[in-house]
Design a protein around this ligand. Structure first.
Ligand code: F6R
Length: 243
C-alpha cells in the first residue's frame, strides 16, 4: 500500500487527478473504473480542467462505474449515470458508447450482474479503479458482511449507507433500498486501485480499514492485499493513524 498524504481536500483531488492523468498519458485507451459520491468530485473538476488545457484526451478511454441504484432511470437526478454525465462525461471528449454503468432499471438482477461482469472481462479488465470509502468501510456498495462478495451483485443498502446518502435526496424514504454493485473480485483484479478519502469523519474507518485486520466486516480492508493500492488521504482522514 502506498499512502499519499495531502494537506486538504483540494490537494488530495489534485494529487489523485495526476494519477489518472498519468494513466491516460501512458495508455490512452485505458479502462477506468469510476466512483460517484462526494469524494471524487474534486478529481473530476481537475480532470475537466486538464482536458480543457489539452493535457488529457478521453477519445479512446473506456469507463466502468462501480454501481447504480436499482429502480432509478439514467436521467433521474440522483442516478449515478446522471452524476457521471454532469460531473465528467459531458465536459470531456469521451464517447458515451464507451461509458458503462450498471442498468438500475433492469429488473432481472441475475442477468444484469452477469452482463456487467462479462462486459468488464470483455474490456480486458480495469486498468485503474478509483474508489471512495463508505463510513462503514464499504467500497462500491460492497457492504459489511460475513464474507467478501465476489462478482457484480444486487445489494440491500445498510441503514448506515441510507443515512449517509439521504443528503442527496429530498427525504429519507426516497433513497433506493437496493443497488447493483461491482464485486470485490473485479475491484481487486484492477491493475491499480486508487482510494481517495477526506475529512475527520472518516478517520476512524481509515484506521480500521487500512491499519487493522483484513475482514469482510470492513470490506475496504481487503485492499491491503492488493499489489498496487494507493491511498490518497488528507491529513484529517489520516488523523487517527498519524499521531
Ligand atoms: C460511489 C460508491 C461509494 C462511495 C462511498 C463514499 O460510487 O461506490 O462507495 O465511494 O459511499 O462516498 P462519499 O465520497 O460521498 O463519502
Amino acid at each position: 500500500m502506498q499512502i499519499i498524504s495531502a494537506k486538504d481536500y483540494g490537494q488530495l483531488s489534485w494529487q489523485a487527478s495526476k494519477l489518472l492523468e498519468a494513466q491516460l498519458v501512458l495508455k490512452p485507451d485505458s479502462v477506468l473504473g469510476l466512483a460517484t459520491g462526494s469524494s471524487p468530485l474534486g478529481i473530476y473538476e481537475e480532470l475537466v480542467r486538464a482536458y480543457q488545457a489539452g493535457a488529457v484526451d478521453f477519445s479512446h478511454v473506456r469507463t466502468v462505474n462501480l454501481d447504480e441504484y436499482v429502480g432509478l432511470p439514467g436521467d433521474h437526478p440522483q442516478s449515478y449515470a446522471r452524476f457521471m454525465r454532469e460531473h465528467l462525461f459531458s465536459h470531456v471528449n469521451i464517447d458515451p458508447a464507451n461509458t458503462h454503468i450498471p442498468d438500475g432499471m433492469n429488473p432481472d438482477a441475475e442477468a444484469e450482474c452477469a452482463r456487467y461482469d462479462e462486459l468488464i472481462h470483455r474490456l480486458g479488465g480495469i486498468d485503474l479503479q478509483l474508489l471512495g470509502l463508505g463510513p462503514n468501510g464499504h467500497i462500491g456498495f460492497n457492504e459489511p458482511e460475513d464474507y467478501f462478495p465476489a462478482g457484480t451483485h444486487k445489494v440491500a443498502l445498510t441503514e448506515a449507507t441510507i443515512q449517509a446518502n439521504k443528503r442527496f435526496f429530498d427525504s429519507e424514504d426516497q433513497v433506493p433500498r437496493f443497488a447493483y454493485t461491482m464485486g470485490v473480485r473485479e475491484i481487486m483484479q484492477s491493475r491499480h486501485v486508487v482510494l481517495v478519502v477526506s475529512g475527520e469523519s472518516k478517520a476512524k474507518i481509515v484506521k480500521e480499514a487500512f491499519f487493522g485486520p483484513v475482514k469482510p466486516q470492513v470490506p475496504a480492508s481487503i485492499l491491503q492485499l492488493h499489489r498496487r493500492f494507493t491511498l490518497v488521504a488528507d491529513e484529517a482522514a489520516l488523523s487517527g493513524v498519524s499521531k
